[in-house]
Design a protein around this ligand. Structure first.
Ligand code: KIV
Length: 267
């Protein structure tokens, strides 16, 4: 299978009219499986902080931690577009943004980076795109700003908020972003933005009108990533129960001498 490029992602909306599939993955085995299953974009999200590192929020994740996971995913992903999420405080100025994004793309091997925000980070996004680094935007509920917005809440319900989000989205498109994640956005606003924008919208908690969908892999697999699963985080498997059951069986077999057998041993 050929490798997917940012241009392919845009073409999917503009010419092929097919939905875009995105999942997070943070390590070699899961990135390999997601890639093999034919997902278009593998996102090494800063959600890794809550899903894999046990942090309370994504704001604690560092560049070094992200690099560790981006490199692991890079070794596995052969077909999908690999996007690295820029962690909190890694894109406060245009020069810092460029330095960190180059780390992701040059030594990490990422194909693109994702940043949260619109007008406020215009200079950072422009610098990246002018330097040839493909950018995925992220609007709506921004997990890195969760304290400032007063919790994990739907964004864009008020007219002023919705207008600002649309303005930010059009700015990202004008600057050259190849897609925009819309997180926790009302259905009607997602519909309007997806109609108006030429680049694809990728929804999470933004309803069916987005041009693509993204989920956190562990939510999809039924491995709890947050204390209370959000309504949009549909579980397609229930691995948490299966894993606990498998580990219990192994423990029981060791305690009762059923594991290992002589067939599982060497003369
Ligand atoms: O970090 C992440 O996993 C994300 C997705 C939820 C879009 O930003």
């Amino acid at each position: 299978m050929p490798k997917i490029s940012p241009e392919d992602i845009v073409r999917r909306k503009q010419i092929e009219h097919t939905k875009i599939t995105v999942l997070t993955a943070y390590d070699f085995p899961f990135a390999r499986l997601v890639d093999q299953a034919g997902i278009d974009i593998v996102l090494v999200g800063d959600s890794v902080g809550m899903v894999c590192l046990g942090y309370e929020s994504t704001t604690q994740v560092t560049m070094d931690e992200m690099m560790h996971h981006v490199k692991a995913a890079r070794r596995a992903v052969k077909h999908a577009l690999l996007v690295a999420d820029m962690p909190y405080h890694s894109y406060t100025t245009a020069s810092l943004t460029l330095k960190n994004a180059k780390r992701f793309t040059k030594s990490g091997g990422a194909d693109a980076v994702k940043l949260e925000g619109g007008k406020k980070i215009k200079a950072q996004i422009k610098t990246l795109i002018d330097s040839g680094i493909p950018v995925m935007g992220h609007l709506g509920m921004l997990p890195q700003s969760v304290k400032a917005i007063g919790g994990y809440k739907v964004q864009g319900r008020k007219k002023g908020e919705a207008d600002q989000m649309m303005e930010d989205a059009l700015l990202l498109e004008k600057l050259g972003a190849f897609s925009i994640v819309l997180e926790c956005v009302p259905l009607a606003l997602t519909k309007k933005m997806s109609r108006v924008l030429k680049i694809p919208t990728i929804g999470i908690g933004a309803g069916p009108y987005a041009d693509g969908q993204v989920l956190v892999l562990h939510d999809l697999l039924g491995i709890r990533s947050t204390p209370k699963p959000l309504r949009f985080a549909r579980a397609y498997a229930h691995l948490e129960e299966e894993i606990i059951q498998a580990v219990r069986e192994y423990r029981e077999d060791v305690l009762t001498g059923k594991f290992p057998t002589f067939d599982e041993s060497f003369e």
